[in-house]
Design a protein around this ligand. Structure first.
Ligand SMILES: Cc1cc2nc3c(=O)[nH]c(=O)nc-3n(C[C@H](O)[C@H](O)[C@H](O)COP(=O)(O)OP(=O)(O)OC[C@H]3O[C@@H](n4cnc5c(N)ncnc54)[C@H](O)[C@@H]3O)c2cc1C
Length: 379
């Protein structure tokens, strides 16, 4: 089962694999253990043009397309899903929202710097207990002459504290509701904007996730992303792009789990033979291999929809749902195949199980993938 990739896509995949092996893999354990932001790797990613893969040359990118980006993301996530997560927040959530919804001025101001990696992007949607646009959101953008005043607190902001710009969702009307939610581009240096607590996580530990506090932050009307009240439309598209990305990240994690499991099963001797000879182990490895193929094919064909300009929201939710199930099962089996050592921190395989859980939960923001899929079928 091979997805028909072009010469250029194969080349990008190969160079991302080499990049990941050379720069990301050697740092992956330290990044996880110390919950360390991988600043040097991010700098190298920028130097190697990985931040500009999706975006056209007129905005400083290399215009290789969304499929090329997910190929690179999968390779990088195989080495470190934390680094993959930083890339997703930057490319699929922040930069992609600006690319799709930004004014000409916003695109010129932010995208070239984001493609060069001069600034990182972040996406600030989440508030506890608040389904976006459905009445429980507390972050508001109160209209005032020439702009808005933002007030409130966002949680779990990936790349928080490291980003130069934040795509922020806030209610612009007195009555909460989907038509009252708007998106803004807010610069990190805006007066009244501060970084709150850095949330300590079980996985994806090298990816900073912080609170973001808005204390009467004044922004000009030109910082609106799309029109006032368009927030839900911006969110849905960015979320779909992020779901395909998270599925690619999960495919990368599963590939790591698979490779480590095959190696260990061949080396580990029990009852006088390698455990790879036991049918129980073979079944888990066979299922992992088949699922990995399935995940790859689904991710690539969904990414291709983005490149072709076709609708991809329902397919993105489907691929995230599928990858989530495959990821959870494969990483649990990988720990099982490694036995007691799999559960210990002596080996890297336990990190994969912690990271995959994060990749599953992260992009459920607001609408669960199952909900999006069911709505697309039953509406
Ligand atoms: C590592 C990490 C990074 C994150 N990064 C970001 C970020 O960069 N920007 C951002 O804005 N947010 C981010 N988030 C927040 C993330 O989007 C939310 O945590 C996620 O949407 C889940 O929301 P919740 O935590 O409120 O869970 P809840 O919505 O309270 O869910 C709790 C339980 O209820 C179930 N549930 C709830 N509603 C439904 C439903 N309609 N159908 C079926 N089941 C349902 C869930 O499956 C879950 O089991 C991040 C979260 C994590 C863990």
């Amino acid at each position: 089962m091979r997805y028909p990739l072009t010469e250029e896509q194969l080349l990008i995949q190969q160079s991302a694999r080499e990049f990941a092996e050379r720069y990301v893999e050697p740092e992956a354990i330290r990044v996880d253990r110390e919950a360390a932001f991988p600043a040097d790797i991010i700098k190298k990613l920028a130097e190697h043009d990985f931040f500009g893969l999706v975006f056209p040359a007129e905005y400083g990118g290399i215009g290789a397309g969304f499929l090329s980006y997910v190929l690179a993301l999968q390779e990088i996530s195989r080495a470190s899903a934390s680094v993959g997560a930083i890339l997703i927040s930057h490319c699929a959530l922040a930069a992609y929202s600006i690319y799709r919804w930004g004014s000409g001025e916003q695109k010129e101001r932010y995208l070239p710097a984001m493609c060069r990696g001069d600034i990182l992007g972040a996406f600030a949607l989440y508030e506890p207990g608040a389904a976006p646009g459905w009445g429980e959101q507390k972050v508001v953008a109160i209209p005032k002459e020439g702009g808005y005043v933002l007030r409130g607190r966002k949680y779990f902001v990936g790349n928080g504290g490291r980003a130069g710009i934040y795509v922020v969702f806030a209610l612009t009307g007195p009555e909460a509701g989907p038509q009252e939610m708007s998106a803004f581009v807010v610069e990190a240096g805006a007066r009244g904007l501060s970084i709150g607590r850095d949330i300590d996580k079980m996985g994806l530990r090298g990816w900073p996730t912080t609170e973001l506090v808005f204390h009467d932050v004044e922004v000009p009307a030109s910082s609106l992303l799309g029109a006032q009240g368009n927030g839900l439309a911006v969110l849905k598209e960015a979320l779909a792009a992020a779901r395909i990305s998270a599925a690619a990240q999960i495919a990368g994690i599963v590939e790591a789990a698979f490779q480590q499991s095959v190696k260990y099963a061949k080396e580990r001797m029990q009852f006088g033979r390698p455990i790879a000879r036991f049918p129980a182990i073979q079944n888990m490895i066979a299922e992992m291999a088949a699922n990995l193929q399935l995940a790859r094919l689904a991710v690539y064909s969904t990414a291709d929809l983005v490149d072709k300009g076709e609708p991809f929201e329902a397919e993105a939710a489907m691929v995230h749902m599928l990858a989530a199930r495959i990821g959870q099962k494969s990483c649990t089996d990988a720990v099982q195949i490694h036995g007691g050592y799999g559960y210990s921190r002596d080996l890297a395989v336990e990190r994969l199980l912690r990271d995959v859980k994060g990749a599953i939960i992260t992009d459920s923001a607001g609408e669960y993938p199952e909900f999006t899929v069911a709505e697309s079928i039953l509406a």
